[in-house]
Design a protein around this ligand. Structure first.
Ligand code: HEM
Length: 407
């Protein structure tokens, strides 16, 4: 019997996680990752020498993310790439960072939070995103006809929305935007990340006290009526800020770049703005900006006939899973007419993105509004000169110089 038929993959030559996207299309996964698509679950060597797994297949990724025998606790994880200044194990999740918790602790927080993303709140936020998108486009048009789309549009829209959600004054955004950027920056060392986290936590701690003293109509004020401590509230606030800022901003920036690079798809969206919803799903699948997701096996688990041993870290490559040809035919084509539902861009299972409704609303409003306002929008530099965020946990463009014809 071969290794594949016995489920024994110890015979595989371990791969390291491919991260180099520079040689190919900026929207595609690294070529070395795509080359593994016939090995949906294989051995992988981690930064500290640990031998764990790499998952590139959609079915295996989905099964692992849905399975409580795979833990999200940071202290159990080995990292694919080292963080400078961090020797040994990852520290456990700081208070309120529910991404690094398992049931039952995770479930308690998650229930509380899910109940606060109400239909009424989402409707309010939709109205605000419509207003604010218009304001941003007005400002961009007046200052134009050139702009950095990231600074003028892709960053401010999600920043305002997360401020509205939490009840953070928008004028305070400088206080947290650079801290959030440091948290996701793979070139930042452990000390810089620690300082950024502390600053963010202190900022939110002060805000929690203000909301307790004088509640306003926002999620953070709502949460002060729960049994959560000030420390828990500040931690949760910090997580929501961090999780909601860069992710959506990069989807808007990179998504615009992708649409401008695929004019037939952009024309189809312009001709029928009702396609906005499915365009957003397809962009989420195609770009998979939040990647990879890590888990640790709590016991021996068989996935698709292959054994993952207790203690092994599993790297779930969302971008590879979302380009799995068995799940999405012609996966490397951006096709806004396809049914992209079932993609894993928001994760899957217990930790599936809590802010996905909000992110969808933001993108479904923002993309059509941008392209309607500027019918001649185009890149102001050759595409190969667009600087990519390839050293960040959230992929995207650093800036996107665009131009348009003045009416
Ligand atoms: C979790 C992606 C926007 C809040 C996640 C996860 C992914 C993700 C992949 C799963 C992490 C894991 O399983 O380890 C994205 C993308 C977004 C986006 C691609 C934008 C397009 C947002 C927004 C918010 C948010 C706007 C806040 C309002 C969260 C939170 C979690 C999470 C709190 C943790 C949930 C838990 O652990 O139970 N997100 N996200 N996200 N996201 Fe998002």
């Amino acid at each position: 019997p071969t290794a594949a038929t016995t489920g024994d993959i110890t015979a595989d030559e371990p791969a390291t996680l491919p991260t180099d996207r520079r040689t190919g299309c900026p929207f595609d996964p690294p070529a070395a990752l795509t080359a593994l698509s016939d090995q949906p679950l294989r051995r992988m060597r981690y930064a500290d020498g640990h031998l764990g797994r790499l998952v590139t297949g959609h079915a295996a990724a989905r099964a692992i993310l849905a399975d409580p025998r795979f833990s999200s606790r940071y202290e159990l994880l080995h990292l694919p790439e080292p963080i400078a200044g961090l020797s040994g194990e990852m520290p456990p999740a700081p208070v309120g960072d529910i991404i690094g918790l398992d049931a039952p602790e995770h479930t308690r927080y998650r229930r509380l939070l899910t109940g606060k993303f109400t239909v009424r709140r989402m409707r309010q936020l939709t109205e605000r995103v419509e207003q604010f998108t218009t304001e941003c486009l007005d400002a961009m048009e007046q200052a134009g006809p050139t702009a950095d789309l990231v600074a003028a549009f892709a960053q401010p829209v999600p920043a305002l929305m997360i401020c509205e959600l939490l009840g953070v004054p928008y004028a305070d955004r400088e206080h947290f935007q650079s801290q959030v950027a440091t948290l996701f920056d793979q070139t930042a060392d452990a000390e810089a990340k620690g300082e950024a986290y502390t600053a963010l936590f202190q900022f939110l701690g002060a805000l929690v006290l203000a909301k307790r003293a004088e509640p306003t109509d926002d999620l953070l004020s709502d949460l002060t009526t729960s049994d959560l401590t000030d420390e828990e509230l500040a931690g949760i606030g910090g997580l929501l800020l961090a999780a909601g800022l860069d992710t959506t901003a990069n989807m808007l920036g990179l998504g615009t770049f992708a649409l401008l690079s695929n004019p037939d798809q952009l024309d189809a969206l312009r001709a029928d703005p009702d396609l906005a919803g499915q365009t957003v799903e397809e962009l989420l699948r195609y770009l998979s900006v939040a990647d990879p997701l890590l888990r640790s096996a709590l016991e021996d688990v068989e996935v698709e006939g292959r054994l993952i041993r207790a203690g092994e870290t599993v790297t779930v490559s969302v971008q590879a899973a979302n380009r799995d040809p068995h799940r999405f035919p012609a996966p490397d084509r951006l096709d806004i007419h396809r049914r992209a539902t079932g993609h894993l861009a928001f994760g899957h299972g217990a930790h599936q993105c809590l802010g996905q409704q909000l992110a969808r609303v933001e993108m479904t409003v923002a993309f059509p509004a941008l392209f309607a306002r500027f019918p001649t929008l185009r890149l102001a530099v050759p595409p190969q000169e667009v600087e990519l965020r390839d050293r960040s946990n959230i992929y995207g463009v650093v800036s996107l110089p665009v131009t348009w014809d003045k009416e």
